[in-house]
Design a binder for this molecule. Structure first.
Ligand SMILES: NC(=O)c1ccc[n+]([C@@H]2O[C@H](COP(=O)([O-])OP(=O)(O)OC[C@H]3O[C@@H](n4cnc5c(N)ncnc54)[C@H](O)[C@@H]3O)[C@@H](O)[C@H]2O)c1
Length: 256
């Protein structure tokens, strides 16, 4: 979709959770737009595979092992990026506990599961933003894109910790845009609706899927490629005066 439109030429962009699913599509699209992609993931195997795919297509990418919930890991990523690239222009806070969640009523969520999910989905974007702050401040047009979820607005049942974490991401985006505006760093939020990736997951039942497709204005499944346009736009100079916003990419789910 971005062939010939190198809107991110030479920009160094970190994609957390870039080893699979939607993050993989973000990484590929950023490389196609001329960017230098840092695929940062807990899973070394899938992360390295995405880098290999990008390089086979002639793009530029490298893999860095990252646990976003761990401050030391986030700081190590920042040190490595500055040593290897000397700059960081963009950050996509996409990594999350998502496809591995098993649905359950909120009173059955173990405290340990709640805490682990929050440490990745909500603490993670904060920790990595802090770790990369000086690098982003030094960039001429830095952009942070956080990934939330329309599960927040739908109030979906069965994974209260996830919904609460993504509500936090949306709120954090708004507040961060205020705190970082003086540094010229833009912070926006992309909120996908249900998106069907190569990864099987148990968060959507067949009945829920049918109901959601019927409820969308566009009655078709969303795929990772449907999410990349919003992220590319928010990373690029075309959105240079847009910050603190949420883009809902959901085929009209909330308005149908
Ligand atoms: N797929 C959907 O329907 C949908 C809808 C709305 C929002 N989202 C959000 O979009 C993003 C991507 O979704 P997806 O379907 O590709 O998810 P996914 O579960 O398939 O992939 C998540 C990725 O994050 C990585 N990850 C997990 N914990 C990590 C950690 N501690 N440190 C670094 N990396 C870690 C995983 O290894 C994996 O590569 C997530 O933030 C998700 O919440 C997805």
């Amino acid at each position: 979709m971005t062939a010939g439109r190198r809107t991110l030429e030479d920009r160094v962009v970190v994609v957390t959770g870039g080893g699979q699913g939607i993050g993989r599509a973000y990484a590929q699209a950023i490389a196609n737009a001329g960017g230098i992609v840092i695929v940062a993931d807990l899973n070394d195997e899938t992360g390295a595979a995405v880098v290999a795919e990008i390089e086979q297509e002639g793009g530029r990418a490298s893999f860095v092992h990252l646990d976003v919930s761990d401050q030391v890991s986030c700081e190590a990523l920042a040190v490595q990026l500055l040593a290897e690239h000397g700059r960081v222009d963009g950050l996509i806070n996409n990594a999350a506990v998502f496809s591995t969640i098993t649905m359950k009523p909120f009173w059955e969520i173990p405290v340990a599961e709640w805490d682990r999910l929050m440490s990745i989905n909500l603490r993670g974007p904060w920790l990595l933003t802090v770790a990369l702050l000086e690098a982003l401040r030094a960039a001429p047009a830095a952009s942070i894109v956080n990934i939330s979820s329309d599960a927040v607005l739908l109030g979906r049942s069965g994974y209260l910790h996830y919904v609460a974490s993504k509500g936090g991401v949306t709120a954090m985006t708004f507040a961060l845009s205020h705190e970082l505006g003086g540094d010229g760093i833009r912070v926006n939020n992309v909120s996908p609706g249900p998106t069907y990736t190569e990864v099987e997951r148990a968060t959507v039942s067949t009945q829920q899927k049918a109901a959601m497709l019927a409820g969308q204005s566009l009655h078709r499944e969303a795929h990772p490629e449907d999410m990349v346009g919003a992220v590319l736009f928010l990373l690029s100079d075309a959105s240079g005066f847009i910050t603190g916003q949420t883009m809902h990419v959901n085929g009209g789910l909330l308005h149908a």
